[in-house]
Design a protein around this ligand. Structure first.
Ligand code: C2O
Ligand code: CU
Length: 479
């Protein structure tokens, strides 16, 4: 189908929907294939988490999406050093919160119900306010019932700009939707999926569209921020036919290196820099499947902007405290199935400030448990308390963490409140780099290290959301 036909079909569908008395149904993204972007205003941004009718590509009816605004994946751009604020209104029928994935926020802004804040109940508001200490490509999402809330579309992008000059800067959000032909959502968590690689969506999209054409300037230096917000899918991203360089991983600058293909698990991001061709199109491709899958295209337009050779410049380097490996605390974190695990002994948790953590509710974990960290599983729905911390770290201490995966599935492991340095991996080659999420392949050991310099209670979990919600999560305390 050409883009023109896609458009006509969508309009016809909208007209059909209107005739049936379906009111105001937003198509999933603008015609250009780009997400709508907002420059952060001094007063901040407002989000209303709400159920909205969304027409997803190729579906005969609207989906009951849960979104922060009229469109999926709002993109907020701001300058590094500026103050960020977001006012969340919860118009859903269940509680929610916003976690700023990858941003080193103060602990009370981290958006984890029961661990860092009270859940934002139906009809309530919560204001998030912080000054992001780092530039980068970040995203945000809820942190309880995430299978459903993220599954129905609650996610957005936060770009903290670093002043790197390019001719164009494009955000590409990858997400699958679990919908049937009519647009109805299918179960987000299944026992077959949760106990294995996760439950996959039925519709793959880039910026909410199926294989969109994104217009980019010809012969121009551009930056592409690729974000995998899917709950389940791991991709091997490639851009054949052009020399593209990976300039940042999870928003953290690396010495630019040539993209061959790069494996992105859920929540992982890369920033690419490249010179677009003078004619034609570049195909955003996933090589993880048996046959390469087209995710979308960058279609060049206009007269070439630049001549001469493309010179890759690095992005501004991150400014994290360097882990002191000679004096580090070491911990091996064992990722396993829950068959060999024991549940935590639950006691009331005392916080550093003397408060006690409130009981949890049934939205934050599933009723079945399949996974464990260090032979312990986060308690299932019939337990209503938060388990004790996995580790108690002293502020300023270096932790060298070795993820050891003895399961047959990859796990993208994510740490809150800190960036870690990925030092080595036993199976999948990658350069030393800073990240907030790292993919640990089956039978792999991955060593990371960081300075625990952000006080508070921080989650550590697998970002395959069904794994997270069926046991593969824990938390650590920095005090
Ligand atoms: Cu992106 Cu704890 O999550
Ligand atoms: Cu996992």
């Amino acid at each position: 189908m050409t883009p023109f036909e896609t458009r006509v079909t969508r309009r016809a569908l909208l007209a059909g929907a209107a005739a049936l008395g379906v009111v105001r149904c937003a198509p999933a993204a603008s015609r250009s294939g780009r997400l709508s972007e907002t420059q952060l205003a001094p007063g901040g941004v407002g989000f209303t988490a709400k159920e909205r009718d969304l027409l997803l590509p190729g579906r005969s009816g609207a989906s009951k999406a849960w979104l922060y605004g009229p469109q999926p994946f709002p993109v907020i751009r701001m300058k590094k050093g500026a103050h960020f604020s977001a006012h969340l209104t919860n118009a859903l029928a269940e509680h929610t919160s916003i976690h700023w994935h990858g941003v080193r926020v103060p602990n009370d802004m981290d958006g984890v119900p029961y661990l860092t804040q009270k859940p934002v109940q139906t009809g309530e508001h919560f204001s998030y306010a912080f000054t992001p200490p780092d530039s980068g490509t970040f995203f945000f999402h809820p942190h309880c019932d995430t299978v459903q809330q993220l599954g129905r579309g609650l996610a957005g992008v936060l770009v903290v700009e670093d002043g790197y000059a390019v001719d164009d800067d494009i955000v590409c959000v990858l997400k699958d939707w679990r919908v049937d032909e009519k647009g109805g959502f299918l179960p987000f968590l299944t026992e077959q999926g949760a106990g294995k690689a996760g439950t996959f969506g039925t519709l793959r999209t880039l910026n909410g569209q199926a294989r969109p054409d994104i217009e980019v300037p010809a012969g121009a230096d551009i930056r592409v921020r690729l974000i995998n917000v899917d709950s389940t899918r791991i991709i091997d991203f490639g851009l054949p036919g052009v020399e593209a360089f990976i300039a940042a991983i999870d928003g953290n600058a690396v010495e630019p290196f040539l993209l061959e293909s790069w494996r992105l698990g859920p929540a992982m991001r890369i920033d690419l820099v490249l010179r677009t061709p003078e004619k034609g199109a570049l195909v955003l491709t996933d090589y993880f499947a048996p046959e390469p899958v087209t995710l979308g295209r960058l279609v060049v337009a206009g007269v070439p902007k630049r001549s001469g050779k493309f010179v890759v410049r690095p992005l501004p380097a991150p400014v994290y405290a360097e882990p002191d490996l000679s004096n580090a605390r070491r911990h091996q974190l064992h990722l396993s199935a829950s068959a060999v695990a024991t549940p935590y002994a639950i006691e009331p948790i005392k916080l550093a400030n003397g408060d006690t953590i409130e009981v949890q509710d049934a939205l934050c974990t599933a009723s079945r448990i399949f996974w464990a960290l260090d032979g312990k599983t986060w308690p299932s729905r019939d337990h209503s308390a938060v388990p004790p911390p996995l580790l108690d770290l002293k502020r300023g201490e270096t932790l060298e963490l070795e993820f050891l995966n003895t399961t047959p599935h990859p796990h993208p492991m994510h740490l809150h409140g800190h960036a870690f340095k990925v030092l080595s991996a036993s199976r999948m080659k990658r350069p030393i780099h800073w990240a907030d999420t790292v993919l640990v392949m089956p039978d792999e050991r991955v060593r990371v290290a960081f300075v625990a310099d952000n006080p508070g209670n921080w989650m550590i979990h697998c970002h395959i959301i069904e794994h997270q919600e069926t046991g593969m999560m824990a938390w650590f305390r920095v005090s």
